[in-house]
Design a protein around this ligand. Structure first.
Ligand code: SF4
Length: 118
């Protein structure tokens, strides 16, 4: 454990719209029971790319004791977490605008949210 910056989600303000999820390339956010949650401290790099995407000011940053950010763990997780980060890193390296869309799919296959990623 180290003292560092980690996001904090106010579940009273969160309406579960999912807009913040694509803006976390580390995949640290998940919708659980209609609210977004930080799934594990080690996925949050503390840069808070998600804060500006919440229209309800439900996400803030705090400094507290937390597990260290672990990029290897982020990349190990299959599906959207590691993949979204890989895509964003590849686009950054390519130094070109390559449009792609992130789609958050619910457990029953319904589309909860979709967003073009810049
Ligand atoms: S954008 Fe804000 S309100 Fe929407 S799911 Fe994320 S934290 Fe909740």
């Amino acid at each position: 454990m180290v003292r560092r910056r980690v996001i904090k989600i106010n579940s009273d303000k969160c309406i579960g719209c999912g807009e913040c999820i694509p803006d976390c390339p580390e995949g640290a956010l998940q919708l659980i029971d209609g609210k977004v949650r930080l799934v594990n401290d080690l996925f949050c790099d503390g840069l808070a790319a998600c804060i500006g995407s919440c229209p309800y000011d439900a996400i803030t940053i705090e400094e507290r004791e937390a597990k260290e950010y672990d990029e290897r763990k982020v990349m190990e997780v299959p599906c959207c977490r590691g993949f979204l980060k890989l895509v964003k890193d590849a686009i950054k390296l390519a130094k070109r605008h390559i449009p792609f869309k992130c789609i958050v799919v619910g457990i029953n296959g319904e589309i909860i949210f979709e967003k073009a990623i810049e």
